[in-house]
Design a protein around this ligand. Structure first.
Ligand SMILES: Nc1nc2c(ncn2[C@@H]2O[C@H](COP(=O)(O)OP(=O)(O)O)[C@@H](O)[C@H]2O)c(=O)[nH]1
Ligand SMILES: [Mg+2]
Length: 696
């Protein structure tokens, strides 16, 4: 592949709900551009971008893929992002690597949850967005209905440039609303240009009106003229679309059936003609070592700035690192500085990626996207720069993984393999979180949903040879005291060898939620020597960490050390630790212990029609509803406080209640007392587990 100037490069991210046809579109683009001789099909597992065994098996994209497409003098780097919420991390990081997005919407299913999520991400990133209404050849496809939904969801900036000619089985081309020409696909992927059909004028008028309106509203001077004269001139519309799109104030809409392919050549041409080049994108803001902000322009002669938007680890090839160069260039056999990690990396062979295929390239310069293998330290989200002028691109905030599975290797002795596998998977996927819980003694893997965790476990097996078992992670309960109490801790052993002597009197009381632990030294007159006071505290803390009833730590208490006794020879640090530890156990016995559970703030966004079901379900989950409000586009947002134990599997519950049309987030809020009938069960369960463990 030849080297392209930045002005001839287009970096485009395909986004949209899962199943809208993004992977098929990329396949159709490759075919239309002559890069492949036949189109693969998602169903057959032979597309360029869904090549991972996990993708072929599930029939959906689970990982970002890319391919460069050469089209009429332009190099279009197309990134195909997975559309399922579980894999949204890839979308967020890929958005950083491109200069515009193409939102693919199915003409059968219309605007879906991830359509809106992707749109909002692009808006946040300030990127121009175009829309492709796809699958117009499908039964029950409707351009009109889909366009109406788009306007309702995203406003009047949605501007149709094309109309479908025929629909469903009869879909065979598009009518260009600006040029007033017809494009038909009777002979293959390339259109034959023809005259507008006579009957189209009446049909096209309302859409042209929408287009003109969108253009007028995108520009203050045009809106005045539009209101005064009731219309705009042809070239004003044409120019307005270009300008409005470039400034992200107009979202042009095209039509296609990627699976056929119909309309895909025009999509490529539109990208080549109208999508911003890296030069149009302008300078990006970076942060220097000392924390200052600085601009880096898209210029190959400036110092290097490149952003790593994806890494894939492969047990055979090693890491593959995909990056976008914003300034300067990357060349083989020259070092780059990973400014995020503060280490130098040696660059070997550079290549362009087409799905899983590698094509060697001599260099990757400002504006372009490329890949390199076998880097030692680089992970997703890192910045490459020069060592002398180290700068970083601010990292993208990643969605919080919320479904927790406790995992363990199936084969004893595979613990090391498991931790290596987890570390590698974490490096390539920032939405995977792994925690070793000191409280529950589990290795907990947090993912975006069941499918995500499923894919992770399959990858562990395929790439690293570790099979694991997974079960819901334990909830981090806490204990606290019911009421104030006094207690005595006595550890006295003076027969035989070295004696032990420590006595302490404590007073304990519960503190308000979240106050933690307070230790107050009230010793007067040296009844316990100063050096042993911290020992008592240590002992108390040790008992707190282990809990006294359910194996969960105790929190929110104040402990006053009020009196005690010591022996000039037999007292020791250890003796006072034991006394302190015993004292708290005594005190807990006297005061009574309550169990606390984590409460999370839950926000659910669902189509209105599901609100009743969601509320009913939340009520059965001990939730306190905090509010219900409109969330745009026929959606409602329900906010509630819910015990974490009730929503540990909410990713799964919500999906089954809404058919995947719901989205939610949760955030830890505070601890609350567990109702006593539930607490009894949890305690009994904990004690049973403890006895089991002791038997082993
Ligand atoms: N009839 C028809 N089917 C399509 C079209 N585009 C995609 N599909 C099918 O829709 C399904 C989902 O497509 P896919 O490309 O995997 O969607 P993605 O999840 O957005 O990548 C697959 O079965 C495709 O074969 C189209 O234009 N027409
Ligand atoms: Mg896909």
């Amino acid at each position: 592949m030849k080297t392209y100037d930045a002005s001839d490069i287009r970096n485009v991210l395909l986004v949209g709900h899962g199943g809208s046809g993004k992977t098929t579109l990329l396949e159709a683009m490759l075919f239309t551009a002559g890069a492949t001789t036949r189109m693969g099909r998602v169903e057959d597992g032979n597309t360029a971008s869904d090549f991972e065994p996990e993708e072929v098996k599930k029939g959906i994209s689970v990982s970002l893929a890319m391919a460069p497409i050469e089209w009429n003098g332009a190099k279009i780097n197309v990134l195909d992002a997975p559309g399922y919420a579980d894999f949204a991390g890839d979308v967020r990081s890929a958005i950083q690597a491109v200069d515009a997005v193409l939102l693919v919407v199915s003409a059968v299913d219309g605007v879906e949850v991830q359509t809106e999520v992707a749109w909002e991400l692009a808006v946040e990133a300030g990127l121009p967005r175009a829309i492709l209404i796809n699958k117009l050849d499908r039964e029950r496809a409707s351009f009109q209905r889909t366009l109406d939904q788009l306007v309702r969801s995203f406003g009047t900036q949605v501007a149709p440039l094309e109309l479908p000619l025929g629909e469903e089985h009869d879909f065979n081309g598009v009518a260009d609303l600006l040029l007033q020409k017809a494009y038909r696909y009777d002979t293959g992927a390339m259109a034959t240009e023809g005259e507008w059909p006579d009957d189209i004028h009446a049909k096209a008028d309302p859409y042209r009106e929408k287009l003109v309106e969108a253009v007028a509203e995108s520009d203050d001077t045009l809106i005045e003229k539009y209101l005064e004269e009731g219309g705009l001139a042809e070239d004003e519309v044409l120019h307005g679309v270009k300008k409005g799109f470039a400034e992200a104030r107009i979202a042009p809409v095209l039509c296609a059936a990627a699976g056929r392919p119909i309309g895909v050549d025009r999509v490529l041409q539109f990208i080549a003609d109208e999508f911003p080049s890296p030069l149009d994108r302008g300078a990006i803001t970076v942060t220097t070592k000392s924390g200052e902000s600085k601009e880096r322009a898209c210029d190959p002669n400036q110092p290097l700035t490149a952003y790593v938007f994806k890494t894939v680890s492969d047990p055979y090839v090693g890491h593959i690192t995909m990056f976008r160069v914003f300034s300067g260039k990357v060349r083989p056999d020259s070092p780059v500085f990973n400014a995020t990690k503060g280490t130098e990396e040696r660059i070997g062979q550079l290549f362009a990626l087409r799905g899983k295929e590698h094509e060697s390239v001599p260099e990757i310069a400002a504006g372009d996207i490329g890949a390199v293998a076998k880097l030692g330290h680089t992970t997703t989200g890192d910045t490459f720069s020069t060592k002398d002028e180290a700068v970083t691109i601010p990292p993208v905030p990643m969605p919080e993984p919320l479904l927790a599975f406790a995992i363990a290797p199936k084969t004893k002795g595979d613990e090391d393999k498991l931790s290596t596998a987890l570390a590698r998977l974490r490096e390539e996927d920032p939405t995977l979180r792994v925690e070793r819980s000191d409280e529950t003694h589990e290795t907990v893997m947090y993912g975006m949903g069941e499918a995500h965790l499923d894919v992770m476990m399959e990858r562990m097996k395929r790439k690293f040879g570790v099979e694991v078992t997974a079960q819901p992670a334990k909830i981090a309960y806490r204990e606290t005291l019911k009421k104030p109490a006094k207690a005595l801790g006595r550890h006295v052993k003076q027969s035989g060898g070295h004696g032990q002597y420590a006595i302490c009197n404590i007073e304990v009381e519960p503190l308000p939620r979240g106050e933690g632990f307070e230790f107050v030294d009230k010793i007067f007159g040296g009844s316990i020597p100063n050096q042993f006071i911290p020992s008592v505290e240590k002992g108390v803390v040790k008992t707190m960490q282990q809990g006294v009833m359910s194996g969960n730590p105790m929190v929110d208490i104040r402990c006053r050390l009020v009196d005690g006794k010591f022996h000039s020879v037999d007292s020791s640090d250890m003796a006072f630790q034991i006394a302190g530890s015993l004292a708290l156990k005594e005190a807990a016995e006297a005061a009574g212990v309550v169990l606390l559970e984590p409460i999370v703030e839950l926000e659910v966004v669902i189509p209105e029609s599901h609100t009743g079901d969601i509320m009913g379900d939340l009520n059965s989950k001990r939730a306190k509803i905090a509010g219900v409000e409109a969330a745009g586009a026929g959606k409602q947002r329900v906010k509630a406080m819910v015990p974490q134990a009730e929503v540990a599997r909410y990713s799964i519950d919500l999906r089954s209640m809404t058919g995947g049309r719901g989205a939610f987030s949760l955030r830890f809020s505070h601890y609350e007392e567990v109702p006593s009938h539930l607490a009894e069960k949890i305690i009994a369960e904990a004690q049973r587990a403890k006895e089991e463990a002791q038997k082993k």
